[in-house]
Design a protein around this ligand. Structure first.
Ligand SMILES: Cc1cc2nc3c(=O)[nH]c(=O)nc-3n(C[C@H](O)[C@H](O)[C@H](O)COP(=O)(O)OP(=O)(O)OC[C@H]3O[C@@H](n4cnc5c(N)ncnc54)[C@H](O)[C@@H]3O)c2cc1C
Length: 359
């Protein structure tokens, strides 16, 4: 059976975009379908790449393996696209209490975090109006990815190649038969669904996130700051502050409640007044056990999903791991298999408001 392509991809947030790039780099003929639905995660993502879970100062899942892979992947992709979206940045965590300062001391010698964190001086922050009564620590291995810029650059490339159709795909538009999958005039032996929080996949939990873009006159930092929330400096001198975590009414859009919460958290970090310029919102595709969801879901279908709150760092590893599995029959890591039993560790779907500093 002759197909027009090797793989069709549905959805081009971070997951679909990175997977398309990985498969094309492996020489496959790929066609991507996407329409930007309200609430999609990637257009709201702050793009922070941080290998440390700042609530507990422990490494995020497989950080030692994922971080160098992500850095190499995005830098090489920038070269190919002739665009800039990977921006290394130091993250400075402000300690509100003795407990946090002591926890950091442990992280500086713990095997999983020692290579990421230190307590270097931050001359740039001296004399600034910041509340750090017990000092600060630095995660020096961080970056932020300008996700909209990355997606925009790839969009141009894919459109030039005739490899992207910007269209809302309905279930009845996807035709499965014994040989493969067809959508419109494109067919392939395999369709990979990268539809993020819009998928009805078992184990997937949508988690709403909101953030603010602010002008903070008087604050001058090239460092990313963290105390309860992230404060991420932008090239135009504004700051992105976020994000919230909420498990109910995830599709309702921006709320006053989140705005009040974020400004309250910011006030703990700095007494400087802030002007709200923008309020953004999206829905994270998390898994109940907080691991990616990868693998085949049918004879001609597979998924790459469950990227949760760390999609930027996870996506290159997930795409390579899934490609090895689909193309070379390499076994999937049991922790990420789509057909695993979801234990529900950590996330609390439903329920009331759950604010947490999980990223
Ligand atoms: C407020 C917020 C802040 C965040 N900050 C960070 C951060 O700092 N760092 C980080 O690493 N991660 C962050 N994340 C998480 C990150 O955004 C996600 O992990 C990631 O974007 C998930 O990407 P995805 O491609 O799986 O989903 P999505 O980005 O939602 O992409 C799915 C795509 O599929 C499309 N689609 C779905 N169904 C169809 C259909 N039938 N037809 C056509 N198109 C379809 C959607 O419209 C969308 O474009 C944040 C998320 C939020 C909400």
């Amino acid at each position: 059976m002759e197909h027009t392509h090797d793989v069709l991809i549905l959805g081009r947030g971070i997951a679909g975009a990175v997977l398309a790039e990985v498969l094309m780099q492996r020489g496959l003929r790929v066609h991507v379908y996407d329409s930007k639905r309200p609430g999609n995660a990637s257009m709201a993502a702050a793009g922070v790449v941080n290998p440390v879970v700042l609530k507990r100062d422990v490494p995020s899942w497989r950080a030692l393996e994922l971080l160098p892979l992500a850095q190499a992947f995005y830098r090489a992709w920038e070269e190919r696209l002739g665009a800039r979206f990977w921006h290394p940045v130091e993250l400075v965590k402000l300690f509100p209490g003795e407990r946090e300062a002591a926890q950091w001391q442990k992280a500086m010698t713990a095997p999983g975090t020692a290579s990421f964190v230190d307590q270097r001086a931050q001359d740039e922050l001296e004399g600034q109006a910041l509340n750090a009564p017990h000092g600060h620590g630095t995660v020096h291995a961080c970056a932020w990815v300008d996700v909209p810029a990355m997606l925009h650059a790839q969009r141009r490339y894919l459109l030039d190649q005739g490899a992207l159709t910007e269209l809302e795909v309905r279930e009845q538009d996807i035709v499965n038969d014994d040989h493969g999958v067809r959508i419109g005039t494109h067919s392939a032996a395999l369709l990979v669904r990268c539809t993020g929080p819009f998928d009805a996949l078992a184990g997937l939990v949508p988690v709403k996130g909101e953030g603010l873009t602010l002008r903070i006159p008087g604050l001058r930092t090239s460092r990313m700051l963290h105390r309860g929330v992230f404060v991420l400096p932008q090239p135009d001198g504004t700051y992105r502050v976020g994000a919230t975590f909420k498990w109910d009414r995830v599709w309702d859009g921006p709320t006053d409640e989140a705005r009040t919460y974020l400004l309250g958290q910011l006030a703990k970090l700095s007494p400087l007044p802030a002007e709200v310029l923008d309020h953004w919102c999206g829905v994270r595709p998390a898994a109940a056990d907080r691991r990616p969801i990868l693998g085949r879901t049918g004879p001609h279908e597979a998924v790459m999903n469950g990227l949760g709150a760390r999609g930027v760092m996870l996506a290159p590893w997930c795409a390579e791991h899934l490609a090895d599995h689909l193309l070379h029959d390499r076994p999937l890591d049991p922790e990420v298999r789509a057909d695993r039993a979801f234990g529900g560790r950590g996330l609390t779907p439903g329920g009331d408001i759950n604010w947490a500093e999980r990223t």
